[in-house]
Design a protein around this ligand. Structure first.
Ligand code: PMV
Length: 320
């Protein structure tokens, strides 16, 4: 009863922010993301009644903080009467810092736990289970450009364009490697309850999704850039106008945004997006990625820059 899966984080271009059902972790809005290729989480799940207790290691170190959330995810996949579990996770990027580490972790955990428990699950079932653990995790089940849609009682995910069909690149500029100050669930609830902009955010999402989908279908980079930046800034406006305010940005975040504006003014195909953290993600046409990377590396306060192409969805590596 052992299995290992790999999943990549995804970066939302049209964002998920807010829940329509907190208990079932159902998002208030649909979203569109790109799955990355070079960043990964590998999750090894070993179910065994002989184990003394559930345990988790992250990059070789014991981690009890994340154990209850991963344990609950594995309960939902393998059943609450499951044997004890030993989970070993490896990742090549900072976790809990607004880099979608929960997306890749829970997508990989869901796929590995299903295989370890001997369950063969359909994509809708996997999406439902991964989504219960982390709203963005369901998107990491698929590769390329991925749309998450709200169904009456759940969520569904599908690839709208495969990675190779529009080979954009994503540069991640790390401006702070530590864990984020406010977790996304608490911040989303603060926004839903207190931001005066929350209801317009939810109402306008279907329109933003339509525009982004059309841009992806037409491979129209300018249209995608305009709607993705707008949607990102709207999400952050909702965060900023929550009480207490939720502000993930720092001064290096602002310098990165200015650098993106300068690159755009010079005619480069680049746009920014940001999530629940101070890191800036820059989506680029492949021919402009080198120049964008050079400009971000030189920014005061940027501690690391990672470049990724687009990749596949979560998959089992053992057993094959
Ligand atoms: O899946 P969660 O609970 O970590 O929510 C993440 C939400 C954002 O990253 C801010 C936006 C998104 O759609 O990924």
């Amino acid at each position: 009863m052992r299995a290992t899966a790999i999943a990549q984080p995804n970066i939302a271009l049209i964002k998920y922010w807010g829940k329509r059902d907190v208990a079932r972790n159902l998002p208030a809005v649909g979203s569109i993301s790109v799955t990355l290729r070079e960043l990964y989480t590998e999750m090894r799940v070993h179910l065994d009644a002989e184990l003394p207790a559930d345990s988790l290691t992250v990059n070789g170190k014991e981690n009890s903080a994340m154990l209850w959330r991963l344990g609950a995810c594995i309960d939902r996949v393998a059943g609450e009467t499951r044997p004890r579990v030993d989970i070993a996770s490896r990742t090549n990027f900072p976790i809990a810092a607004g880099l979608a580490s929960s997306a890749s972790a829970f997508a990989a955990a869901t796929v590995a736990a299903a295989a370890a428990a001997g369950r063969s699950l359909s994509l809708p079932k996997l999406a439902s289970l991964a989504g219960r653990a982390s709203g963005s995790a369901a998107r990491s089940l698929c590769g390329g450009f991925v749309e998450l849609t709200n169904t009456p009682d759940d969520v569904s995910v599908r690839t709208i364009a495969a990675a190779g069909e529009w080979p954009l690149q994503v540069i991640v500029a790390i401006t702070e490697a530590g864990p984020k100050a406010v977790g996304s669930t608490a911040a989303m609830e603060a926004s839903r309850k207190t931001s005066p902009f929350y209801s317009s955010w939810v109402e306008q999402q279907a329109h933003d999704l339509d525009i982004a989908r059309q841009a992806i279908d037409a491979r129209d980079f300018e249209q995608l850039a305009a709607i993705a930046e707008h949607n990102c800034l709207k999400m952050h406006s909702v965060m900023w106008t929550s009480r207490p305010p939720v502000v993930y940005w720092n001064s290096a975040t602002m310098r990165c945004l200015q650098a993106v504006r300068d690159l755009q003014a010079a005619g480069l195909g680049v746009f920014f997006t940001m999530d629940a953290g101070p890191q800036v993600k820059v989506v680029c046409l492949p021919e402009h990625a080198k120049a964008a990377q050079a400009s971000l590396v030189a920014i005061d306060g940027v501690t690391e820059v990672m470049v990724s192409t687009l990749g596949e969805g979560a998959r089992l590596v053992e057993p094959k």
